[in-house]
Design a protein around this ligand. Structure first.
Ligand SMILES: CC(=O)N[C@H]1[C@@H](OP(=O)(O)OP(=O)(O)OC[C@H]2O[C@@H](n3ccc(=O)[nH]c3=O)[C@H](O)[C@@H]2O)O[C@H](CO)[C@@H](O)[C@@H]1O
Ligand SMILES: C=C(OP(=O)(O)O)C(=O)O
Length: 419
């Protein structure tokens, strides 16, 4: 199994190009199932989760052409013959549940294994099921499969009791081909929802309000082919900006979307970084300074993203003072804490709150990645630790970061992958 070794002490400098967003490309690839002609997706990052999704689509019978080098995937859904998403693929990736809505809307039936993904909480799928039932689907869950049926979905009123990104995406996709109008209230407002809606609109869907908490979808008879470029990854961007701030460096993220990073940029400024924005470029400058500890409360967008929590915790580990981190989205998203403590971090946990007492330096040690963003936080910690930090189980990292060692090396980090 591959490992990553980071030798600490480098100050990051330079420019890094941001990839397409994992959490946007996965629902968009699933949405291609709704069309009755090929859909071309560009700015596709080379990620393990993308490969899993293309395998899933091919397994359903779709024609998939994947030009990895140029970041382009074309899906021809006309040859789909199956509506079963099997356990072997779905167990490795949470986003597989996003074929449920499209298969049901287009083919009237779907069988999707209960999904896996990052073990950051129980992650039930009740909200997905209730929302699709509100559009007239009949759904049962047995033997580890969600089985859904509907001759044709009909428009309905979905009011989410809890904000869910995935459930909003599933019902949004399903509603595009439903008979009549669907109102989705308390919808998630993440930029990835907006990107998905833009792709669906390019395919002929009638959607208003994506990015607000009320989305209106007027069902249409059919969706056609389209080309869509995936939005820049705000979590990848944030991860590099934090790396710059922690190492006392100056880094420009190029091809980024500053408008999707409000809470992250605000917290970086609070930590003492100078942040400059110029169109699609975000520069963080922390040269000659140590970050100040900051408090964070994760929340649905436009609040502070849970997917940046572990990285900011890593920064707090070496910041001046004590910062508290409240994780409100997932009940088990502090698994990086014990690993950060192996590197000398001082962290107290009290339920959903972690208090991080900054230390002058961390010391390199072998650590284990437990999930995607935890892996990123360990790399960041390794950058400011004395000596070598060896990170095991980095397959998590390959689910969500494109060429992370190459990109960090380009900024001056000493990082390598070993078999
Ligand atoms: C592929 C993808 O886009 N993943 C992102 C997506 O995950 P995902 O879509 O799985 O996250 P949700 O927004 O659905 O989860 C939010 C909360 O709702 C709960 N919940 C969710 C669905 C449900 O049916 N029942 C239920 O109780 C979850 O357990 C969690 O506590 O949004 C999360 C929150 O921003 C991010 O951390 C993930 O990176
Ligand atoms: C939790 C994440 O991913 P997933 O929902 O795919 O497990 C993430 O991107 O941080």
């Amino acid at each position: 199994m591959d490992k990553i070794i980071v030798t600490g002490g480098a100050t990051l400098q330079g420019e890094v190009r941001i990839s397409g967003a994992k959490n946007a490309v996965l629902p968009i690839l699933c949405a291609t199932l709704l069309a009755d002609a090929p859909v071309e997706v560009t700015n596709v990052p080379h990620l393990h989760d993308v490969l899993t999704t293309t395998k899933l689509l091919s397994g359903l019978g779709a024609g998939v052409e994947h030009d990895v080098e140029n970041g382009r995937v074309t899906v021809d859904p006309r040859s789909v013959t199956s509506h079963v998403a099997p356990y072997e693929l779905v167990r490795t990736m949470r986003a597989s549940i996003l074929v449920l809505g499209p298969l049901l809307a287009k083919y009237g039936a779907a069988e999707v294994s209960l999904p896996g993904g990052c073990a950051i909480g129980a992650r039930p799928v009740d909200l997905h099921i209730k929302a699709l039932e509100a559009l007239g689907a009949t759904i049962t869950v047995e033997h580890g499969f969600i089985r859904a049926q509907a001759e044709r979905l009909r428009g309905g009123h979905v009011v989410f009791e809890t904000i869910s990104v995935g459930a909003t995406e599933n019902v949004l996709m399903a509603a595009t081909l439903a008979d009549g109008t669907t109102l989705i209230d308390n919808a998630a407002r993440e930029p990835e929802i907006v990107d998905l809606a833009e792709c669906l609109i390019a395919m002929g869907a009638d959607i208003r309000g994506a990015g607000t908490s009320r989305i209106e979808v007027r069902g249409v008879e059919r969706l056609h082919g389209a080309t869509h470029a995936v939005v820049a990854d705000r979590i990848e961007t944030g991860t590099f900006l934090v790396a710059a701030a922690m190492t006392g460096g100056r880094v420009t993220a190029v091809g980024a979307r500053p408008d999707t990073l409000g809470a992250v940029i605000e917290r970086l400024r609070h930590a003492g970084a100078t942040v400059e924005i110029d169109c699609d470029r975000i520069t963080v400058d922390m040269q000659g300074r140590r970050p100040r500890a900051i408090d964070i409360v994760t929340a649905p967008h436009p609040g502070f993203p849970t997917d940046m929590q572990a990285q900011f915790m890593a920064m707090n580990c070496v910041a001046e003072g004590t910062g508290t981190i409240d994780e409100t989205i997932f009940e088990n998203r502090f698994m990086h804490v014990s690993e950060l403590m192996r590197l000398g971090a001082e962290i107290d946990i009290d339920g959903p709150r972690a208090s991080v007492h900054g230390v002058e330096r961390l010391s390199g040690a072998p650590v284990m990645a437990t999930d995607l963003r935890a892996s990123a936080s360990l790399i960041l910690a390794g950058l400011v630790a004395d000596g070598d930090t060896t990170i095991d189980r980095i397959y998590h990292l390959d689910r969500g970061y494109e060429h992370i060692e190459r990109k960090l090396s380009g900024l001056g980090a000493r990082i390598r992958r070993v078999k």
